[in-house]
Structures are given as structure tokens and as C-alpha cells.
Ligand binder design. Structure first.
Ligand code: GLN
Length: 491
């Protein structure tokens, strides 16, 4: 039965449709794999009864000839997505036992299309982090290990549980969110594919908010095709989110395998960082060579404001977070720590309910928004953001269709190895990904090689607004050339 977990989403879908396989069997195989993989801590809640019931309903629909695009496919859901009647905590103590009375738009579209929910995956608290180490439920262990070493590694973050669940073949795909890199960085660390769509492509309704002008949902999957299949179900207009655009959703899967001949691919100079490991430079060159031999044209481009992206992000994102997280007051959701009066209760609840990284962001955010500092920090960061966006727009206006960059400046690292003394060390993980959120563009991370210790490395493709299709076409070229990267079970 376990070999069912090695199927890709597309393969499973095709076998289910041929009635060569039932969703009940497929779901049971994944639930069994999850049980065996508890050492990874990828799931913070398993929902086996719900999964079995959904699988049974899917099998009935398949039998009736009424199958949806994701009929019977078992998926994992990041704990940032509200799921009706199923505990949702954003992996924060402050949301202890919060059970939403509503379903996020993205997940409801997955269920509408027939998908099966296996459980909720671990993430950094309120999605703040790059290693999944800030979760109230503890870190996730990557399914990958360095060759000849037992050191537990991080799966990246904040969508670390989703990345580990896909890489360990505990699900056929997972939902994730990306505010500064949280889909693409964990995908790169775990040898999986992750796409952050254009801002406004997927509804944010019912997703626990971190930084509302940057947050975007997207899929993590085993292959480019699988990510394309999932995104089609996740995307689309939603009247409940005014930032979600009213554009039809293309058949993304049709773009997989499409020719990339004649596409102009920008190689941004500013992404060549000093001190970047030679292996990262090497796979970047390799990626260029693959795209070139598939008929794409490579052009050097300049994005001169790149170096300001990370500092500006660490003003804008905490500012929005401090405002979004004001709602956790001990009255409306989750945890309440009693105090001598109402102010004391607020203070006690927030002090106990938020972890260290979240408290740091709330304090930075409050500071940069306060009178006297607003113009110097927040407003300035917003202006920088406009310049970053303009850099990309100028390249696209000159005929560049997409850009190719490394996804991360390093491979995965050990749990506890980074950011202990200096949080900036952790923030640097996102140097290649935050620019894309600041500009609102789509970005995909695709596994492209391995480092000397056998750990996967990813490349990032950045696209024009709402042109995810080109990213799927280019991503497929890289995947075909690089092959897939599958973790060997140690758990
Ligand atoms: N690592 C970044 C941060 O900590 C991005 C996180 C994310 O994309 N949610 O803010």
C-alpha cells in the first residue's frame, strides 16, 4: 500500500478517474505514512476521520461520474488557513484551541473540487520565520539529512510543515502562504515545488493575516504539474477579499510542457551576492544553460533597488503585523490569561500568548508606525517599495518575460544553527524572495540540484503580474533537466 504515496498528484488523479484506485485506499496510505512520520512534527493536527469521510464521498462521486478536478486527492493544509470546525492556531499559543466557524476561500475551493483533508501542518508562529523554529508546537525536522550525518535540519519556513509533508510523501500536495518567501524558501530546502502567485490571484479571506499587503496563498507540490493543478483550484475571484482580482483562472496545467522558445529571461545582476556559496552560483549557471538549450534567450538585467528590499520588508511587514495582531486581546479568540482589570488581562494574555519573534515584530511594527517615526521609517519603506516594483516594471517593459535567480542563498541548515544571537542572520534567508512580495509578482521555486552534502537547492523564476503560466512552462524545463529530488526516509 505504501507505494501509493510515491504517486504524483497528476498520476493519482488519472488512476482515480480510471477507477484503478480508490480515494479510500489512497487516503489510508497517506494517513498510515503520516502516522509513521510523526518524528518530523510536520502536522500539528491529523484529521483521519474527516479524511476517511471525504474520501468515501469522493469515491461515490467518481462512481457517479461526477468527479471534480481534485477528486479524491489527499492534501495537507497549513495551519494558517481557517478550517470550519477544525482547530486553527497559526501555531501560536494565543490561538489555543480556536475552532473557526468558517472555511477559508482557498480551502473551500479545494473541497469544492473534491480534495480530501489529511490534517493541518506546522508553521512558524503567525508565519513569522524562515525555519519553522518559532512554532508553538516546536520545530519541524526536514525529511532531508546531510550525507553521513544525523544532524536534524530545518525544512525552511514559515511553511515548514507543508514542505516536510510533501517531501516525505505524506500528502500529494499542501497549501502554504508566502509573505516574504514562506512558500519558495521551504520548497527550495526540501526539493519540492512551490509557487507564490501574483498578489490578488488567491483570496486571502479566512487566512490568518500576517502582513496583508504581502500575504499570498499558493501550493507546494512534488512537481511543477502538480502545483499547476492545485493552483487552478486555489485561485479565483472572491467578493470577500477586495484585493482579490476578478480575472478568469487559466488552465495552468496546459502551460506545463509549453514551448519556452524565444522567451526573454532576465538575469538580475544584483542577485549575485558576495560570499554566496559557489554551489548556488553553479546551479544558477546550470539553470541558465537549461533554459537556453530549450530556446529561451538570456539577458542581463539590473534591479538596482534590490539591496533595499530586505530592510524595507522588515519595516512594512512588522508594521502590518502589529496592526493585524492587535485583535488578539484575550476576548475574541483562543487564550485568555486573567488579570486584575481588563488592561492587565490584555497585557498578560499577549505577553504569554505570543512567542519571542512575534513580540519582536509587534514592537518593531508599533515603533515604525508611531508618531514621529512614521515618516522616517514606514513612509520611507513604502517609497522604497515603489522603487523596487518599478525596477521590475522597467525590465518587463523592455521585453523580459521572466527572471531566473537562486531561490535561497544557502541550502537547509541545522535546527538551532541560525538566528539565535542575531535575528538578521535568519532574515537573510529571504534576500532573493522578499523583492517579489514587495513588487506583488508571481514567483516559483523549482528544485534544480544538490549541494556537496546531498541537500537540495532551488532556483526561482519571477514572472510578470498574472503570468503564472510562463512560470509553469519554464519551471517544467528545469524540472525535466534536473530531475526530481526525493528524500530517503530516516524517520
Ligand atoms: N521569513 C520571512 C519572515 O519571517 C517571510 C515569512 C513569510 O513569508 N511568511 O517574515
Amino acid at each position: 500500500m505504501t507505494e501509493l504515496t510515491t504517486l504524483t498528484l497528476a498520476e493519482a488523479r488519472d488512476r482515480l478517474r480510471k477507477k484503478d484506485l480508490s480515494s479510500a485506499e489512497l487516503t489510508a496510505a497517506h494517513l498510515a505514512a503520516m502516522e509513521k512520520a510523526r518524528a518530523l512534527n510536520a502536522f500539528v493536527l491529523e484529521t483521519p476521520e474527516q479524511a476517511a469521510a471525504m474520501a468515501k464521498a469522493s469515491d461515490a462521486r467518481i462512481a457517479r461520474g461526477d468527479a471534480g478536478p481534485l477528486e479524491g486527492i489527499p492534501l495537507a493544509i497549513k495551519d494558517l488557513f481557517c478550517t470550519k470546525g477544525v482547530r486553527t492556531t497559526a501555531c501560536s499559543h494565543i490561538l489555543d484551541n480556536f475552532v473557526p466557524t468558517y472555511e477559508s476561500t482557498v480551502t473551500s475551493q479545494l473541497w469544492r473540487d473534491g480534495a480530501v483533508m489529511l490534517g493541518k501542518t506546522n508553521n512558524d508562529e503567525f508565519a513569522m520565520g524562515s525555519s519553522n523554529e518559532t512554532s508553538y508546537f516546536g520545530p519541524v525536522q526536514s525529511p532531508w539529512r546531510r550525507e553521513g550525518s544525523n544532524t536534524p535540519l530545518v525544512p525552511g519556513g514559515s511553511s515548514g510543515g507543508s514542505a516536510a509533508a510533501v517531501a516525505a510523501q505524506l500528502c500529494l500536495g499542501a497549501t502554504a502562504t508566502d509573505t516574504g518567501g514562506s512558500i519558495r524558501q521551504p520548497a527550495a530546502f526540501t526539493g519540492t515545488v512551490g509557487i507564490k502567485p501574483t498578489y490578488g490571484r488567491c483570496s486571502r479571506w479566512g487566512i490568518v493575516a500576517f502582513a496583508s499587503s504581502l500575504d499570498q496563498a499558493g501550493p507546494m507540490a512534488k512537481t511543477v504539474r502538480d502545483a499547476a493543478i492545485m493552483l487552478r483550484s486555489m485561485a479565483g475571484p472572491d467578493a470577500k477579499d477586495t484585493t482579490c482580482v476578478d480575472l478568469p483562472v487559466p488552465d495552468y496545467e496546459a502551460a506545463v510542457g509549453r514551448s519556452v522558445k524565444g522567451l526573454r529571461i532576465g538575469i538580475p545582476n544584483e542577485y549575485r551576492l558576495e560570499g554566496m556559496p559557489a554551489e548556488i552560483e553553479k546551479i544558477w549557471q546550470q539553470g541558465c544553460a537549461w533554459l537556453k538549450s530549450a530556446g529561451a534567450e538570456l539577458v542581463d538585467v539590473s534591479l538596482p533597488h534590490t539591496k533595499y528590499a530586505l530592510p524595507a520588508y522588515y519595516i512594512v511587514a512588522p508594521a502590518e503585523a502589529s496592526s493585524n495582531l492587535a485583535r488578539y486581546d484575550g476576548v475574541r479568540y483562543g487564550l485568555r490569561v486573567p488579570g486584575k482589570d481588563i488592561t492587565d488581562m490584555y497585557e498578560q494574555t499577549r505577553a504569554e500568548g505570543f512567542g519571542g519573534e512575534v513580540r519582536r515584530r509587534v514592537m518593531i511594527g508599533t515603533y515604525v508606525l508611531s508618531a514621529g517615526y512614521y515618516d522616517a521609517y514606514y513612509l520611507r519603506a513604502q517609497k522604497v517599495r515603489t522603487l523596487i516594483k518599478r525596477d521590475f516594471e522597467q525590465c518587463f517593459a523592455q521585453g523580459v518575460h521572466a527572471m531566473l535567480t537562486p531561490a535561497t542563498p544557502s541550502a537547509s541548515f541545522g535546527i538551532g544553527e541560525k538566528g539565535g544571537a542575531d535575528p538578521v542572520e535568519m532574515y537573510l534567508n529571504d534576500v532573493f524572495t522578499v523583492t517579489v512580495n514587495m513588487a506583488g509578482l508571481p514567483g516559483i521555486a523549482v528544485p534544480a540540484g544538490a549541494d556537496a552534502q546531498g541537500l537540495p537547492l532551488g532556483l526561482q523564476l519571477i514572472g510578470r503580474p498574472f503570468d503564472e503560466e510562463t512560470l509553469f512552462a519554464l519551471g517544467e524545463v528545469i524540472e525535466q533537466a534536473a530531475g526530481r529530488f526525493v528524500a530517503q526516509p530516516w524517520w
